[in-house]
Ligand binder design. Structure first.
Ligand code: URA
Ligand code: SF4
Length: 206
């Protein structure tokens, strides 16, 4: 697989990008997923939120952050005083990766995308950043962080601070993925930590 670059349209606006991503064969993930989930939200948003990959629900709805992790993120945004309608939400990888489980093989369990898949999909994220041109980004979890900062980057080392978004005149806040807060032993503490990080971004925009 060649990576996504050759599938990007010549005209880089959200409408053209969204049309073109339906035909992306930049990595193997298009084969088993239902559809590519492109970013959504305010076109010239001041803030972009970058997740990992669409999940089972998103794969069916076609919209980012519409499943359990999305609902948790919605709650955290609300507590932090951020309005989802004023954001642009997307993912590092645009197709759902999963393995099937259970007797019928119908349960689809999320699998973390590989380095190769992450690298293959990166041109779509770069194109979104080029169009939206946000002032800041919230980087949700290690897959998104590795996409932007490389594989040696550790989320935990960079929480609670505003750092630069690489190669762009924009800042970033690094935090956990909302689905990690759903799985945490102490869910309340994980949620509060996510909210604290989102507040950092909200304060920076204020
Ligand atoms: N998790 C993500 O990272 N993105 C989604 O769109 C849904 C769940
Ligand atoms: Fe293309 Fe990304 Fe889907 Fe791979 S995951 S096929 S690179 S859109």
């Amino acid at each position: 697989y060649p990576g996504a670059e050759q599938y990007l349209p010549r005209r880089r606006n959200l409408t053209e990008l969204r049309k073109a991503i339906d035909h992306c064969h930049g990595c193997d993930l298009y084969r088993d997923a239902t559809q590519a989930i492109f970013g959504e939200g305010l076109k010239r948003s001041r803030l972009i939120m970058i997740g990992e990959t669409p999940g089972d629900v998103e794969d069916r709805t076609g919209h980012p952050f519409t499943g359990p992790a999305g609902h948790l993120l919605d709650k955290a945004l609300q507590v932090a005083g951020l309005d989802r309608g004023e954001l642009f939400l997307t993912n590092a990888v645009k197709h759902f990766r999963y393995q099937t489980r259970g007797a019928t093989g119908k349960r689809r369990i999320h699998k973390t995308p590989s380095q190769t898949q992450v690298a293959a999909c990166r041109p779509w994220l770069e194109a979104e950043l080029d169009v939206v041109r946000p002032e800041g980004a919230v980087v949700l979890g290690s897959v998104a962080a590795h996409t932007l900062y490389g594989p040696d980057f550790t989320v935990g080392d960079h929480r609670g601070a505003i750092i630069d978004l690489p190669d762009r005149r924009a800042w970033a806040v690094i935090t956990i993925h909302p689905s990690a807060a759903l799985r945490a032993d102490d869910r309340a503490a994980a949620f509060d930590g996510l909210v604290d990080d989102l507040r950092l971004a909200a304060d920076r925009l204020a």
